[in-house]
Design a protein around this ligand. Structure first.
Ligand SMILES: [Zn+2]
Length: 353
């Protein structure tokens, strides 16, 4: 019997290693590696205790941050996971970004589909324990607003909240959590730096061979999101995948497969319509797409295009010592509000939510 009577603050469902292996130490750069250890998932061991505002030491068992307080671990930037794909690196070294991406095969089929059979017959999570929203590849952005509005939202599966989704064990555990805890909506915003339009002009100039590995990792993350989205669709639940309009994500076979499914729609909008601004106060247009099966999200964002009634600042470049592209990754308040209200509206149509 699976014990589901746990707090949503727990980082995973403790099913024991026979169902899903414990997240093992992911392959990371030395600097990050020194800052983290991974806990063991076993029914015989106590769950890691939550401790706030303290980084784990290499010698101690990792203490998970609570998703509730917005704690962000001060980890250095993501290091590429270097695997044995040297020949691919050589193939793509002189190609354009788009050509390089096209040589990274998109994996359409969910790699962890065996979990469906393994978890068949498990006691489902009670509706009143289920969350309205989980955020994938994002620190809590919409979560606090959902809770302010009376909804349930607690989880953030992001590297800054310990979840290194470049590691298969973490991906598998996330998939397992989704299957068992059945959040109403997954809002997914995988890293876009390597696959966005701004990177196209940089691609040839980047000499570092790790650029290919960074690209591969970014594309793998998109496939992973597509698998999660398909899972939600199969369970009659909701998802939204957010990426820039010019992202290579939309060319991925996994995403195109998802787009063809009944009830799935891709909407496009300008973030300036939701008050995205540079520190100077000028609007940032940042045309963005959401792929979703939520009518409420479609209604909130579809074709919300800028009418050109205000001045725009280019996203490229820096301001106040920070890249505007990074600043623009923070969702503006009205966009967060629109997402939260849309998710809660979907919830209001589901008995128990
Ligand atoms: Zn505008």
């Amino acid at each position: 019997m699976v014990d589901l009577h746990h707090s949503d603050d727990d980082a995973w469902v403790d099913l024991g290693p026979e169902i899903s292996p414990a997240p093992q130490k992911p392959v990371v750069g030395n600097k990050r590696k020194a800052q983290r250890t991974c806990p063991q998932m076993s029914k015989n061991q106590p769950k890691p205790k939550t401790q706030k505002r303290k980084l784990p030491s290499a010698s101690a068992e990792l203490e998970l941050p609570s998703d509730d307080d917005g704690l962000v671990l001060d980890l250095p930037g993501r290091a590429p996971v270097v695997k044995d794909t040297e020949h691919q690196v050589c193939d793509c070294e002189d190609s354009s970004l788009k050509a390089a991406a096209s040589r990274v095969a998109s994996v359409v089929d969910n790699k962890y589909i065996d979990l469906l059979d393994i978890l068949k017959g498990q006691v489902p999570c009670a509706v009143e324990m289920r969350c309205h929203l989980w955020e994938i590849f994002s620190v809590p952005r919409c979560t606090p607003r959902v809770r302010e509005l009376g909804g349930r939202a607690r989880r953030s599966y992001d590297i800054k909240h310990y979840w290194d989704l470049s590691a298969e064990s973490f991906q598998r555990t996330t998939m397992q959590d989704v299957l068992l805890l059945k959040p109403l909506c997954l809002f997914m915003s995988p890293p876009c730096t390597m696959v966005c339009s701004m990177q196209h002009s940089n691609w040839r100039r980047i000499k570092h061979k790790d650029k290919f590995m960074c690209l591969k990792e970014a594309l793998d993350f998109i496939d992973f999101c597509a698998w999660l989205a398909l899972l939600q669709l199969t369970m009659g639940l909701f998802f939204a995948l957010e990426h820039p309009e010019k992202s290579l994500a939309w060319d991925r076979a996994s995403v195109q497969n998802l787009t063809k499914k009944d009830g799935v729609k891709k909407v496009t909008f300008d973030q300036c319509m939701f008050d995205l601004r540079a520190p100077s106060g000028k609007f940032l247009r940042k045309r963005t797409c959401l792929l979703t099966n939520s009518n409420a999200i479609v209604m909130a964002f579809d074709k919300k295009f800028c009418g050109g009634h205000h001045e725009h600042q280019r996203v490229e470049g820096s301001e106040c010592g920070q890249k505007r592209s990074l600043l623009a990754q923070v969702y503006p308040g009205p966009m967060v509000d629109a997402i939260a209200h849309a998710v809660l509206l979907e919830g209001s149509r589901v008995p128990g939510f």
